[in-house]
Write a protein that binds this ligand. Sequence first.
Ligand code: G6P
Length: 498
Amino acid sequence: MKGDRVSEKSRLITVSNRLPVVLKKESSDRWSVSEGSGGLVTALVPVLRDRGGLWIGWPGVTEDQSGGLRDVLRKAGLDSGYQLHPVMLTQEEFDKFYLGFANEIIWPIFHDLHTLCNFEPEYWKTYLRVNEKFARVVAEQARDDDYIWIHDYHLMSVANQLRELNVEASNGFFLHIPFPSLDIFLLLPWRNQILSHLLEYDFLGFQTQRDQRNFLSCVEALAPEVDLRDRGRLTSIAIKDRTIRVGYFPISIDFRDFATSAESQEVAEAAWYIHEQLPDRKIILGIDRLDYTKGIPYRLKAFRKALEVYPELHRKVSLVQVVVPSREDIPEYAGLREAIEQLVGEINGQYTRSGWIPVHYIFRSLARNELLAYYRTAEIALVTPIKDGMNLVSKEYCACNLNENGVLILSEFAGSADQLQNGAILVNPFDIEGMAEAIYEAFKMNADERRKRMRLLRKTIQEQDIFWWVDSVLSAAISRDLTYYPVLEEYIPKLDIE
Ligand code: G6P
């Protein structure tokens, strides 16, 4: 029977849109490759090495530019102890699958922004073709006793194709972004196909209880023939002769690595230098990929409102807003950049005085030590996405806050708010006046309360780090074991503030 040979010792095949590598073209057919640095890679590499495993994904360049790449990836795979298998995309596939279906349809609609969608029928056809392409590479590699773990919204139809290709290995899917409510999901022209493709997986993981609940209500509405059982943190769905399981598992970071790196001499010096340049000032930090889901314009308006309502903040705070370039080929993203830059210009034009610039705006990605230095030194972090699957910036900031004196202002609509609600100041990211008040509250908060809150935040993140997340997902998916996975209410420590 399908999947009955999977065990804790099974080889792990990880599949994601991007391969976890950083490529640099040295000449027309010579590449240098280094391992990527995200939390998912850090957590999965030991598992892949232990069990012998492979990672399948798109290397990040289109087919016409990829001369010599296969060899270099094969070699990089040998060096890192697990294999890397590329799925090459043509320019047309990149445009219609990645920019098109994934990022102009699924990304906005799953973040409740259906008005930003471009429901182009060609995109769907290409999405299916590219998912099939991924499935073919998986099918070439998979043995019956492997476990296939597929990641994120680019690849929701891969299990369906694997079935067509008679792949027997057991599989699971993790959605890193939110799953929308029924009313929003119904707007999607391909809602029935996507739902039935998701139900082809043996295991489905979401970030939060809300995402799991949204998914289950879509199943109840659109697939009434299936049977939901044992509703809870790991709900079973019986479909004909199969049972699939659906759970929620909040992803995290390598807490220890962030905390120890933030302690280094280089970071300490860089942090000192940042404050030296902004003497006598509290730094409020925003760090985001350029994306309309991050709520940057509302945040800037809230900062402006805070300066207007509380003149006491003048010269005493500066907002450092870092925006990391992303998906710039999509018109919506280019427009957002203009809107942000205009607001920054307006605020600085109105409030700058000799010796004080209210908003320091950085449009580039930061080197790791520079990023850690900002995390370590900022007194307040302003993390206010209008919707976010998890949001790792909120967790990274706390991990690097070694003095435990920082304040996290966090959107209610970030997935991380479930775990961090008791230590953070929660805000509605659309409420400009409410966020302005939160900024003032954070500015005035006494040292004792700051320490209590930050300690609590750091404890939660340390206990539920990325290794805990991988263990939780894999043990629930493969062994149906929930030992690593306490009930949500039990693992949110309570804050003790009079
Ligand atoms: C989100 C998605 C990831 C994606 C990342 C960067 O976090 O969940 O799957 O890789 O954004 O976006 P990009 O389009 O550059 O891969």
